[in-house]
Design a protein around this ligand. Structure first.
Ligand SMILES: Cc1ncc(COP(=O)(O)O)c(C=O)c1O
Length: 403
């Protein structure tokens, strides 16, 4: 017998959901991740760390310690701002990294993604502009689109945002905040030049605009010289978003915001309505792992592995991609950014690549206006060296038939 409601239209069609929700697009990358599990598929699509490097045994030991010494508090509700000992440990790491901080500057979040959401909800009303790099992180666009934001997009070159073009956009659009991924950017892998960092901080101060510097990749530098972060340069005029996702585990969902106490007090109220607090259990596991002092060595191991993989990918691309294709050569992070001749579409190329059992992410979703379809992103951290070799061969075949 049919259930009585079977002939009704879907609630999403008949109920009056908000226009913003109705217009939300699914994440291009999450959709592709479904295809990535197809047997035989080699995926360069997701921004996934290398699973073989996850410190499984160490995290298991940390979890065992948490359960045996403080199991009850690990399983209990806790404070919204994050557990004090973890905030202290994070502040100490930040200070060692050059950002003078105390626990008062740190709020633990459920990943950097939540940091983006809290900052968006703190600064942006529907219709407001955000000054961003062009292209920018698609997960931030998802958050900002859901708030009804608009974009003042600043073009990039190989040295990051072309900051000299930002002031005119600030005057024209009066953005409420600046959102950047200044180091090893997702999607391009590009790092903002030192002089531009100074320029951007000066501009933010001149127009009294907060800079949200989303930096999940800063510590994954495998060549070249480290640059001071925007947070280091701009201090209280910059809000830093950081995470353990790329240096420890994304599944553990622990990140943090580094900002002044007054901003964090308001962010805390927004977070309360969002998830009450970040998992107490996961915070304690991260804290226990930090106490072992192994994180620094672990990050070094990741960097060696990713450098090898980046080099293997680029070497193979040089051998089998047509000369018309160009790409970035980042000194860290997880991604290469490729550009096809302007008349070619990476979205169409993706169909051909899927037929060859290889995946990447087309560039369009990273542009707020959905332009620049001749670009695409390759992730080099997740696949093995042999998959990189084979996957780039397959992609080379798809591109050569297409160019
Ligand atoms: C620029 C950027 N910000 C934020 C995130 C989300 O990080 P988390 O896993 O800490 O939420 C990512 C993940 O890929 C990212 O690339």
């Amino acid at each position: 017998m049919k259930p009585p409601y079977s002939d009704m239209s879907q609630p999403s069609e008949s109920w009056q959901i908000t226009e913003l929700s109705r217009n939300l697009k699914p994440s291009a990358i999450r959709e592709l991740l479904n295809l990535a599990t197809r047997p035989g598929m080699i995926s360069f699509a997701g921004g996934l760390p290398a699973p073989e490097l996850f410190p499984v045994e160490e995290l298991k030991a940390a979890a065992d310690m948490v359960f045996s010494t403080q199991g009850r508090s690990a399983l209990q509700y806790s404070v919204t701002r994050g557990l004090l000992p973890l905030r202290e440990a994070v502040a100490e790491r930040e200070s060692i990294g050059g950002i003078k901080s105390t626990h008062e500057n740190i709020s633990i979040t459920s990943g950097a993604q939540q940091g983006i959401e809290l900052m968006g909800r703190l600064f942006v009303n529907a219709g407001d502009y955000i000054l961003t790099e062009y292209p920018t992180y698609v997960g931030a666009l998802q958050v900002f689109n859901a708030l009804g934001a608009r974009y003042a997009s600043v073009p990039m070159d190989n040295d990051g945002m072309i900051v000299s073009e930002a002031e005119a956009l600030i005057k024209q659009f009066k953005p409420k905040m600046i959102y950047v991924v200044s180091t090893f950017q997702n999607p391009t892998g590009i790092t903002m030049l030192m002089s531009r960092r100074n320029e951007l901080v000066a501009l933010a101060k001149k127009y009294n605009l907060p800079i949200i510097d989303d930096s999940p990749y800063d510590e994954l530098r495998f060549s070249g010289e480290p640059l001071p972060s925007l947070k280091q340069l701009g201090e209280d005029s910059v809000i830093g978003l950081r995470t353990f996702s790329k240096i420890l585990s994304p599944g553990i969902r622990v990140g943090w915001i580094n900002a002044s106490d007054d901003i964090l007090k308001i962010a805390e109220r927004i977070k309360q309505g969002s998830d009450l607090h970040t998992s107490s259990l996961n915070q304690l596991i991260v804290l226990e792992y930090l106490k072992t002092g192994k994180l620094f060595g672990h990050i070094q191991k990741i960097c060696v592995d990713y450098l090898n993989k980046r080099n293997a990918m680029i070497t193979r691309m040089k051998e089998c991609f047509p000369a018309e294709v160009s790409w970035t050569e980042p000194e860290g992070g997880l991604f290469l950014w490729l550009t096809l001749p302007s008349h070619l579409s990476a979205t169409t190329l993706l169909e051909k690549a899927i037929a060859e059992n290889v995946l990447f992410v087309p560039g369009k979703p990273f542009y707020p206006d959905g332009q620049c379809d001749n670009t695409f992103r390759l992730n080099f951290s997740n696949a093995s060296l042999s998959q990189i070799h084979e996957g780039i061969d397959r992609l080379g075949k798809a591109i050569s038939a297409f160019c």
